[in-house]
Design a protein around this ligand. Sequence first.
Ligand SMILES: [Fe+2]
Length: 271
Amino acid sequence: MKKLLGLGLGLGAVGIGWLAYGALVEAKRLTVERRTLRLPRWPRRLDGYTIAVLADLHVRDEYSVELARRAVELALDENPDMVVLPGDLVGHWLPESPWLLEAVLEPLLLMGGSAIAIPGNHEYWGGDASLLAPILDELNIRYLRNEVYGHAGINWVGIDSLNAQQANPGGPLSEALLEDDPVVVLWHEPDAVDLLPAGADLMIAGHSHGGQWRFPWGWTPMTTRNGEKYVEGFFPNAPTPLYVSRGVGTTGPPARLGVLPEVSILRLVSG
Ligand SMILES: [Fe+2]
């Protein structure tokens, strides 16, 4: 009995140690993931077009604000042509969320309107995704909910959250495909790429957090609906070429293990 108790206490201590390390070290170790994505139909006139992806900020308290502000700074340091925020800007809605988000996103005013956001499933936690609209409007960030936005010779399609049952990809995608310009789709849940009608050049997603926890022997205890098939990185052979960011913030326990937070810098080239 004593031995069992000792084993239990020992395992508990290891678990707490892992959680503390994951929260204090790995969750804060932001990486800049610079990737060149070759897209078969990408026009040569836009070769080298660069998109910074800031996914899953999960802003909810002073720690998440500090991390998300650093992520915004790192993105702007790369001089991207466009900054995209593919959902879960908040962890859940709080009375102070508008001020916390403004503190994080204000530097994006420097993008002069070349910034786009869409809702994720967490925009429906404790509130509604419409609460983001006035905040983003003030910061000149275009908010797309099942809409198309023509900008810089690209048709940007922003789809609302699949998990929140608000997604309608068909209408806006058909509208975008009426023109010759390339089409980039933002959709929070990566596995939704299997539901996206054909024709877009690229889809960008987050939501999975790359699994957030990956133990050395490959065990990933956290799973998330519609973020399990395409977990992280570039999937050129998905039904539509897909990039999935590991995201910036955390969900559930505020820690990461073996899956570092990411600011993605995507350079798009034809080929
Ligand atoms: Fe999500």
